[in-house]
Design a protein around this ligand. Structure first.
Ligand code: SF4
Length: 338
């Protein structure tokens, strides 16, 4: 829609500031992550393109994408190349980063797939022109990672390799240049998610949050979306940790591992909530904004926005306050039983 390749306007006039490009091969992704509509064993759904983060990913030629982007450099502030699990993925990513940098001059992020990368790959991506590299660890604990991405689904991904790659990215690219995708609602407690966010921050990276939403054709297609209250508390904690306002160690939790204290009291915390900023999409920055990769409605429908692609308004803040204060569910229902 932003490039005029598809008709339509975003709800509440949201704007997209980052082009999210996904590598595409005739064979589906070789991996089999439970929540993903792109996985190799996905059910065919009437020939429509597979969906991922609630949208379809139609295929267009690289040159057409570049041609149309050139005319929209006042709007688009970043490009992201997302790798899938495929033998060609790494070499094609290096080519694309170099080509896009040369043709458009925009900052380029890579959403890396460590399972297809070798020692030194991050250096190569940086030399090719990537200024940000993110790793989609997605699950907050080693057990959930294996259940949703590794042995639990016959998948190739390894928890330790993913963290090693993120560590390498932070070391090579520098502070705030490495990102970690984390999905809330895969069965973790808020304490476990805060633990993962704090680990990313100790490496010098920042976390990009997603609220779990069931994808058609995925193993979790029938699962419940992440609850708003669980996601809101995690969003607020992430903001405080990622912007070094609070050390995760002082946060408080109840017997179910839900956040009951953020280590920040009174007006400062209230002011932050009122600003709405902690509840906006977390992603790679642009030249004029803290987050260019705002993925409008990528993790929740317009009627139930999770990551706000624009500044929340007063009515949104009222709803957010209610959600922050809601502790109805005991423990997160395991979305996917092994
Ligand atoms: S936050 Fe967005 S731009 Fe950054 S790596 Fe993730 S998908 Fe790409």
């Amino acid at each position: 829609m932003t490039l005029g390749l598809r008709p339509g306007v975003f709800y509440r006039d949201a704007r997209l500031y980052c082009l999210n490009l996904l590598l595409t091969y005739p064979e589906a992704c070789y991996a089999n992550c439970s929540y993903c509509g792109l996985r190799r064993a996905r059910e065919d759904h009437g020939g429509r393109p597979p969906s991922f983060i609630r949208v379809e990913w139609p295929v267009f030629s690289l040159e057409e994408i570049i041609g149309r982007t050139r005319g929209r450099l006042n709007l688009i502030e970043r490009i992201c190349v997302s790798m899938t699990m495929h033998p060609r993925a790494y070499d094609d990513t290096i080519f694309l980063v170099r080509h896009l940098r040369k043709k458009l001059g925009l900052p380029v992020s890579v959403l890396a797939n460590p399972s297809t990368m070798e020692e030194g790959s991050i250096e190569d991506l940086s030399r090719a022109g990537a200024d940000m590299v993110s790793v989609a660890i997605d699950a907050a604990t080693a057990g959930l990672f294996d259940r949703h991405r590794g042995g639990g689904v016959g998948g190739p991904h390894k928890w330790d390799l993913y963290w090693r790659t993120l560590d390498e990215a932070a070391l090579i690219l520098g502070r705030n240049r490495a990102g970690c995708h984390l999905i809330a609602g895969l069965g973790e407690t808020e304490r476990e998610m805060v633990g993962a966010i704090a680990r990313v921050r100790r490496l010098g990276g920042r976390s990009h949050l997603f609220s779990f939403y069931p994808e058609e054709g995925s193993l979790l297609a029938e699962a419940r979306p992440c609850s708003a209250s669980h996601f809101r508390r995690i969003q607020l904690a992430r903001f405080l940790i990622d912007y070094d306002m609070v050390d995760a160690g002082v946060m408080e939790f109840d017997e179910y591992g839900r956040i009951t204290g953020y280590g920040l009291e009174g007006d400062v915390l209230d002011e932050l909530v009122r600003s709405g900023t902690p509840f906006m999409t977390s992603g790679c920055p642009g030249k004029n904004r803290q987050c260019a990769c705002n993925r409008p409605f990528g993790d929740g429908p317009p009627g139930d926005i999770r990551s706000f692609p624009f500044a929340p308004q007063e009515a949104d803040i009222r709803q957010i306050r209610k959600e922050l204060a809601t502790y109805q569910e005991t423990v997160m229902e395991e979305a996917f039983k092994s």
